[in-house]
Design a protein around this ligand. Structure first.
Ligand code: TRP
Ligand code: ZN
Length: 482
């Protein structure tokens, strides 16, 4: 079933329709004359150096309407309505999708021809290539419907960690970073192409489905199947989408300015893990208040946590609603919350820039810890990192370009955070505070590079910081003299 399109989409369609009338160049125009279309095949690469198979070229997505149906045997059936605007004259274009079989594609309601290209030898990629008829003119907006299904199972990332749509006996934990979204929906899987999302998730009666944003109405049950609607109206990178399914206990809290905090803890989380989790989640309003002061106002329409009783062995900052494996510790909750500003609203342009997520969220976590009774100061946490022996391989990672298998290396987190502390020591607390707020405010809902951060740091401080950033971000050795 189609999900009601958003007002944003309707407005975009109207603008696109207007521009279609305005441009010259009917198909009969002389080849090469101004305005005449030169239809090309959209690239199957989004251009990321670490993950070239992720993402695509020739269009920009505004909205995903995902209608998902999950069965207890692990089968996923989906209908995705992708609203996209062509950025080139397209004869064909591709969406990332792997491990699932497509049974129909429609473009603006008309059946379209398509082919599926399987993942490469490294297990990355997987493309749905759609032949558009009629072809798509640059600047026009279209609705692409993909009907698909299969058994996602337990997909793994380039380092072997579980990610994407991870099936467990009692449900599903969904954590896509970095390029796992195609394990459950057809997508332009690059952080640059942010979009809004609607979810319609149907599960066996008794199970609960939790996605990003807020619920729309009450769930409805017919024939032993329950349907949950969720809507995420803030622009979101595809690696931050989730649609987790399980047996949850729900708790609602209020954050600063009446921000809804919707928490879901699986019934299998018990004992010490539950005690720790509940204590951490109870601190979320205070943490939001604290990070509001550090970065500026919380960037999204709601927050809250999903705590699964199964594990992928990490937590992820899924937008508005982080997911945790088996327990949510206080420092991890602070970390995933901080990501809402640094990572989710302000996202890395390429995966090589991931320290802009992890270094920043780790430093924010250090700042939170420093506010706690008996908590280590930022300087003490810096000192603990700096005390790692110079010959430890920790120091061999180039933080601003850690390599495809290094994006989650400890150094990306801890040396990344230490970089920010060294910067703070160099430019002073006042300039550092201004820098963090300007970084987040000026880059809200977009993507950034390390060069952008260096430039803003130099502008805000009025200093040449080349030596500091070269030492900390670009040199595979322990910086001397800090
Ligand atoms: N980005 C997550 C965080 O820091 C961590 C993460 C995602 C991760 N995928 C991973 C860590 C794979 C280790 C392995 O909150
Ligand atoms: Zn993180």
């Amino acid at each position: 079933m189609r999900i009601r399109p958003t007002a944003r989409r309707t407005a975009a369609a109207l603008v696109a329709a207007a521009s279609l009338v305005a441009v010259a160049g009917p198909a009969s125009a002389a080849p090469g004359s101004p305005g005449s279309p030169r239809f090309t095949d959209g690239s199957t690469s989004g251009g990321d150096p670490y993950f070239p198979a992720a993402g695509n070229g020739g269009y920009d997505v505004q909205h995903y309407g995902l209608d998902l149906s999950w069965a207890a045997d692990g089968r996923l059936d989906g209908t995705a309505v992708v609203t996209l605007t062509a950025t080139a004259d397209l004869a064909s274009f591709s969406l990332d999708l792997r491990g699932l079989t497509v049974s129909a594609v429609r473009v603006d309601g008309k059946p379209a021809r398509y082919t599926q290209l399987p993942p490469g030898e490294d297990g990355r990629g997987g493309e749905l290539v759609v032949q558009a008829a009629p072809k798509l003119r640059a600047g026009t907006t279209h609705e692409v419907t993909v009907v698909y299904g299969g058994y996602p199972g337990q997909p793994t990332d380039a380092e072997g960690a579980l990610y994407g749509w991870v099936t467990f006996p009692d449900g599903v934990l969904v954590a896509n970073e970095p390029e796992g979204a195609p394990t459950w929906f057809p997508v332009n899987d690059v952080p640059r192409d942010k979009a809004t999302y609607d979810f319609r998730i149907t599960v066996p009666e008794g199970k609960t489905a939790i996605a990003n944003g807020e619920p729309v109405g009450e769930p409805t049950t017919t024939g032993g199947r329950t349907t949950f609607l969720w809507r995420a109206t803030d622009p979101m990178a595809s690696y931050l989408a989730t649609a987790s399914i399980g047996d949850y206990t729900a708790t609602t809290r209020l954050g600063p300015d009446e921000l809804p905090i919707l928490d879901f803890v699986e019934t299998g989380v018990t004992g010490d893990a539950l005690t720790t989790t509940q204590a951490s989640l109870a601190l979320q309003p205070a943490m939001i208040d604290f990070f509001d002061g550090v970065f500026g106002p919380y960037p999204f329409t709601s927050f809250g946590s999903i705590v699964d009783d199964d594990t992928v062995e990490y937590a992820l900052e899924t937008q508005t609603r982080p997911v945790y494996s088996q327990v949510a510790s206080e420092t991890t909750v602070a970390h995933e919350l901080a990501h809402q500003w640094v990572g989710n609203s302000v996202s890395p342009a390429t995966w090589a820039d991931i320290w802009l997520n992890e270094g920043f969220a780790t430093y924010a976590q250090w700042m939170w810890t420093a506010t706690r009774p008996g908590g280590a100061t930022e300087q003490e946490q810096f000192d603990a990192v700096y005390a790692i022996p110079a010959d430890d391989e920790f120091w061999s990672v180039v933080v601003a370009d850690p390599g495809r298998e290094g994006i989650f290396a400890d150094a990306v987190y801890d040396r990344g955070a230490a970089t920010l502390h060294a910067l703070r020591t160099e430019i002073g607390d006042a300039a550092f505070g201004d820098l963090l707020r300007r970084w987040v405010t000026e880059n809200a809902d977009s993507t950034v590079t390390t060069a952008d951060f260096v430039a803003l740091a130099e502008q805000v401080s009025g200093r040449d910081l080349d030596a500091l950033f070269t030492d900390w971000l670009y040199t595979p050795a322990r910086p001397a003299g800090y």
